[in-house]
Design a protein. Sequence first.
Length: 72
Amino acid sequence: MRHTFASILIATGHNLKYIQNQMGHSKTEITLNLYGHLLKETLTDAAQKTEKTVFNCPASVPSEKKGVSGNA
């Protein structure tokens, strides 16, 4: 049950400190040692989202920011 609960917390994107507290671990290292193997998929998803945001950003975003700052 504990492993399932930790798995659900990780899969739904809760941060490590929150998971540590929910599991009652005194250190995040304990949480990582027990459940770190579950983070691989989560980290891969996060990396893909970051890459998409950084490299597929529309060209109009910088010009919109210029208009908002009052440079026009």
